[in-house]
Design a protein around this ligand. Structure first.
Ligand code: G3H
Ligand code: 13P
Ligand code: NA
Ligand code: ZN
Length: 313
């Protein structure tokens, strides 16, 4: 069934596991996610960025939001696992409102680039509207600093979440889930040296807020996927993600939602490259999307097991 994200994450919080939130832009990734959830008997959270909503609506955000709701709701109604639909990194009021009105289960208001007081005010405004319509809300504290930002250690630390601010933020906004910046970044190039997250900071945020917590930038960039893509012509030199062991450890310190986009994109393109290279005469999308969807599904199944949410449907 189609459920509220809050329902999925409150259970995960009580029972100490995490659920991946998987980004989609089209039908094929959605099918892979649903199949993975059904095969693992696991809840799944589907998320769409503002860019995804614009893309789906061919530039019309209301249309894009409606299309995603009807697509996800239709699949969700047809299966026995809890499925929810979430707006990822909402920054534009019109897009957040279009999603709430279309029937999204939850939205993220990402005002993390602004000073604390403005982040509080923006988040509070969305929480009031969303809660009055039964929609749950995620917000972010701190900034996701990638290696490409090339900042010094002290300013890197300064970009991470302040646990005392997190407590105040939770109390003042009434937000349902919180994404604390603890050292991850978006995309395929997360670390130059060893991957390291600030678990001491994460634990403090958990102890002080008790909220379901969200890890952004949580892709692993699995070595076998990277190799497969590179065998068939991709150039992913220097790509590095959050290793599986570190993801599993983050769950022990309080993470309940694990945002994953890059790994799905990389798995899809790796398999698509292989298929097209081996089948140069093929031009039926239902055929050339078959193995990419299977590989995306298998990457997700592995992640569901790692995060402890298999058999939690
Ligand atoms: O947070 C970033 C997500 O991976 C979505 O990215 O804006 O390219 O859709 P996007
Ligand atoms: P990745 O780029 O690591 O997959 O992160 C996705 C994300 O945080 C979406 O909000
Ligand atoms: Na999100
Ligand atoms: Zn993110």
């Amino acid at each position: 069934p189609y459920v509220n994200t809050k329902e999925i994450l409150e259970r995960a919080n009580k029972e100490f596991y995490a659920v991946p939130a998987l980004n989609i832009n089209n039908l094929e990734f959605l099918q892979a996610i649903i199949d993975a959830g059904v095969e693992e008997h696991s809840p799944v959270i589907i998320e769409t960025s503002e860019g995804a909503i614009k893309y789906a609506g061919n530039g019309d955000i209301k249309l894009g939001a409606k299309l995603f709701v009807s697509m996800v709701e239709s699949y969700a109604r047809n299966v026995d696992i809890p499925v929810s639909l979430h707006v990822d990194h909402g920054k534009n009021f019109k897009i957040i409102m279009a999603a709430i009105q279309a029937g999204y289960s939850s939205v993220m208001i990402d005002a993390s680039e602004f000073p604390f007081e403005k982040n509080v005010a923006e988040t509070k405004k969305i929480v009031e509207i969303a809660h009055s319509l039964g929609v749950s809300v995620e917000a972010e504290l701190g900034r996701l600093v990638g290696i490409e930002d090339n900042v010094a250690v002290e300013s890197h630390e300064a970009a991470l979440v302040d646990p005392d601010e997190a407590k105040l933020f939770a109390e003042e906004t009434g937000v349902d889930f919180l994404a604390p910046a603890i050292g991850t970044s978006h995309g395929a190039f997360k670390f130059k040296g060893e991957a390291r997250l600030d678990f001491a900071r994460l634990k403090k945020v958990k102890d002080l807020t008790g909220l379901p917590l969200v890890l952004h930038g949580a892709s692993s960039v699995p070595e076998d996927i990277k190799k497969l893509a590179e065998t068939y012509g991709a150039d992913f030199k220097g790509a590095k993600g959050v290793p599986g062991e570190i993801l599993a450890e983050s769950v022990k310190f309080g993470i309940n939602k694990v945002n994953t986009d890059t790994d799905l994109r990389m798995a899809f393109i790796a398999s698509l490259r292989e298929f097209l290279s081996k089948n140069p005469g093929e031009f039926d999308p239902r055929k050339y999307f078959k193995t990419p969807k299977e590989l995306v599904k298998n990457v997700i199944r592995e992640r569901l097991r790692l995060l402890g949410c298999s058999n939690k449907a």
